[in-house]
Design a protein around this ligand. Sequence first.
Ligand code: ADP
Ligand code: MG
Length: 621
Amino acid sequence: MALLQISEPGQTAAPHERKHGIGIDLGTTNSLVATVRSGTAEPLADTEGEVILPSVVHYGESGEVLVGRKAMALVSSKPFDTLQSVKRFMGRGRADVGSDGYRFVESEGGMLSFETAAGAVSPVQASAEILRVLALRGEQTLGSNIDGVVITVPAYFDEAQRQATKDAATLAGLKVLRLLSEPTAAAVAYGLDSGDPGLVAVYDLGGGTFDISILQLQKGVFEVLATGGDSALGGDDLDRVIVEWALPQHGIEAPDAGLYRTCLNLAREAKEFLSEHTEVEVLIPGQPTLTLARQEFEGMIQALVLRTLRACRRALRDARVEASDIDSVILVGGTTRVPLVRASVAELFGREPLSSINPDTVVAVGAAAQADVLVGNKPDGELLLLDVIPLSLGLETMGGLMEAIIPRNTTIPIAKTQEFTTYKDGQTAMAIHVLQGERELIADCRSLARFELQGIPPMVAGAARIQVRFQVDADGLLSVSAREETTGTESRITVKPSYGLSDTDIADMVRASWEHAEDDMQARQMAEQQMAANQLLEQLQAALDADAEALLSEQERAELEAEMQALAVLRQSGTRQKLKTAVAALGRSSEVFAARRMDASIKQALIGVSVDTLDSDGGLG
Ligand code: ADP
Ligand code: MG
């Protein structure tokens, strides 16, 4: 029972009064809450002694909401009203997901909602229900209000997904101290932040997702060097493998949805049993018992495990390190209890993975440790955590090209400024188009936001100095500002894209950038030549309009105009090489005209100068 704190009026609370921070692992399959008590971070159990809360939310006709095991029990009978794996839909738009067995409705801004008996429910609302249950569990265990919460998110979560997670916490009435990436939380749980510097690989195989992260630790600072994985690979796939092994043996070819569900649950139990035993009996109702040996099971799941190893190698490559450089390997997620998984990971990295902390609870435990620091209980135990951005962030530049300002896998928080200038004489506004992606052409990247910088004083092209600043905060949220230096005109935007990207999209975009590297380079060079042509044509036209009459003969003018005409045609339909040659040729042809204009402008400038400084023929002395 909690002691009552009594303080004198006007005095601040006693210094020994602890603040209460909790850590929440908001998982796709399972969620947990943990907190620091008597100096140790530990997961909290519900009144029935269960630590794990299945991430399932049921919405009933009369508006009642059930969360966890009670909701899980209704998955088969009320599939549309019982939401599972909502984490997959956080910050997503209709265009980002398939049908996936739910009835979706599209809400404002292209965001997704599920149609349930209780009306439309967004993934944010469903997540808020899960957070509410866990926070309440924290309050009941601690016997006090919660001062703040650290919620973990996958390292690859993008802007929209992080924002959606924050929104869910706000909806649940929680104060978010920090969103923390799951692998970082796991490393904190193992206390690797206070140990020697080194490289850490976090292998997280959960219910429906696989994530691999390569972290670097240095002086208490975590940097996520690279992330990878597969958003459609996890323990559920192992369950399916068992069902597909069992049903044909009973001559069942097309099980109905209810039977298939039942089989999946049995398969899951069998799978978990096999982690501790060398064989298991699989009993499908009304059918003879089957026996599955661990060895046979391992043969069946071999290909799935190999897929995770391939993703690990890719992440190592992205981080530019070798498997043998890794100092610690951490296992996270219930599926890492499968002996074949452990052994395969150990073999890949050439060392025994750390697994002394329960792989189901390790993320929540790390989040709790971090919450304890952030809530202010350990002012000295400052722990700065860094993450990476999953895709490059940049701007659209002339010619429809993407200019990356912050390259992918850059650690956050980060701020970068780049200077841009105007393209046209007298240009007073600049359109800023913020993009995410790895490709050269903007059409192949994702548009995050657009805004305009107005009030640029009219100047000649190239004279204005526009500083564009990209800032990504510790939670991974991006804000962009643009400032014209000579006048201080400023405009800014915080990027909250209406929907986000899945990690498969991210992987696809990265892969596409490799596959199309050659095409992209060509396209970029072509776009650059087109721009050079445009610029030359525009400048020359302006010069002709102003000075042709005074400085060129009829014929000279006609020749130049014919050449400009030809270049204008090539710009639309020519090859890059032809365009380049033509731009250079027109540049040369216009040199005489340019020289005469130069002379004329010097003369013009000299008119105001005292005649005494000029020699007799009017030239310069
Ligand atoms: P998530 O992070 O996706 O929410 P978890 O890390 O909680 O998921 O992992 C859930 C998965 O772990 C489920 O597929 C479950 O069957 C599996 N799992 C849990 N315990 C074991 C075990 N002893 N052996 C094999 N798989 C297990
Ligand atoms: Mg997890």
